[in-house]
Design a binder for this molecule. Structure first.
Ligand code: GLN
Length: 246
């Protein structure tokens, strides 16, 4: 099950988030500690999205393993940002390995990632998918559960829902029709981050005015706190807030 992280705070290099920590996202791609529901490594693509100061986020995604990417180390060393979302992917059986299936998914200011699986996909959520405009279905980023979750979240955001509403409503509806799903979502607009914890791990570290949410703590800092299951988290300039999802 993929690993993801989101950072908000003073600008740092991407390298500080992806490579430098002892249990960095790159290390988690080949030596994750907490894979659940299948998969041993996260080698089926990766993506990094960051906000370049003003304007919409920029993405760098590839369909191969992050550890063997020849370009990212140099790029990460010189790219500074105060808002970053990154993910490494372990494709669920039956889902294709292609760049467009790697998070973050994006639209406008938004970046999105899903860590987990929708059980019984696609039949289990056919009814929910049927509520989307046909145009959204025929332009899905990829034929994967994560891309469909993004379409559901995005549909709500376009209709004016808040990030918390869009994430929590989608998780509850999908969990109801596809029991046993793992639905850890991450959504950011570069100003705040909203995450869900539904049958998979997520930890939060707040240090000064920086917040890092990650599937697995990237270091041994004492500030890390594991978010309990079936919660949503919202982190922004006003601190970190948790709510019940179940
Ligand atoms: N099911 C999603 C995919 O295949 C995410 C997989 C994961 O979390 N490992 O893209």
């Amino acid at each position: 099950m993929c690993r993801h992280l989101a950072y908000l705070g003073p600008p740092v290099t991407l390298r500080t988030l992806l490579y430098d920590p002892p249990h960095s996202l790159v290390r988690q791609s080949w030596a994750p500690r907490d894979m659940r529901g299948g998969g041993t490594v996260n080698a089926d693509g990766f993506g990094v999205g960051w906000y370049p100061g003003t304007g919409n986020p920029v993405r760098y995604r590839r369909s191969g393993p992050i550890w063997s990417d020849p370009t990212l180390p140099e790029l990460a060393g010189v790219t500074l940002s105060g808002a970053v979302l990154a993910a490494v992917r372990s494709a669920t059986v039956g889902m294709p390995v292609q760049e467009s299936a790697a998070a973050p998914f994006a639209e406008g200011r938004w970046l999105f990632s899903h860590n987990g699986v929708v059980r019984g996909w696609p039949d289990s959520i056919a009814a929910l998918a049927g509520g989307l405009p046909v145009r959204d279905l025929v332009t899905l980023d990829a034929p994967t559960d994560s891309a469909l979750l993004w379409a559901l979240v995005r549909h709500r955001l376009r209709a004016g829902a808040s990030a918390v509403e869009a994430v929590t409503t989608t998780v509850r509806e999908v969990a109801a029709v596809a029991p046993g799903s793992r639905l850890n979502l991450l959504l950011t607009d570069g100003v705040s981050v909203v995450a869900s914890v539904w049958d998979h791990a997520l930890s939060v570290r707040v240090t000064g005015d920086a917040v890092l949410l990650a599937s697995e703590p990237v270091d041994d800092a004492p500030e890390w706190q594991q978010v309990p299951d079936r919660r949503w988290v919202r982190a922004g300039t006003d601190g970190v807030h948790l709510g019940e999802l179940g």
